[in-house]
Design a protein. Structure first.
Length: 79
């Protein structure tokens, strides 16, 4: 779907079935069309979260509340 649209923001879980969340993150960052797309990463693995922090706009360690997600989205939209 990312080849068809340019989203403002992607909420990316690292533990997806049938696809690597880490690979998707690298594809997003390599695609010039998506340079302005904010990527919020969610993972249950603290070490993985730290490794991905340089490539993500925000990293959440699960469990994550809706309030946490809303707060960071508002912060990122304000710039």
């Amino acid at each position: 779907r990312l080849s068809e649209i340019v989203p403002e923001m992607v909420l990316l879980d690292m533990h997806l079935p049938h696809v690597s969340g880490q690979q998707l993150l690298h594809q997003i960052r390599a695609d010039e069309r998506l340079n302005d797309t904010k990527v919020l990463v969610m993972t249950a693995d603290t070490q993985q979260g730290e490794r991905l922090r340089p490539d993500a706009d925000a990293v959440f360690i699960k469990p994550v509340t809706l309030e946490q997600i809303q707060m960071i989205i508002e912060h990122l939209r304000r710039g």
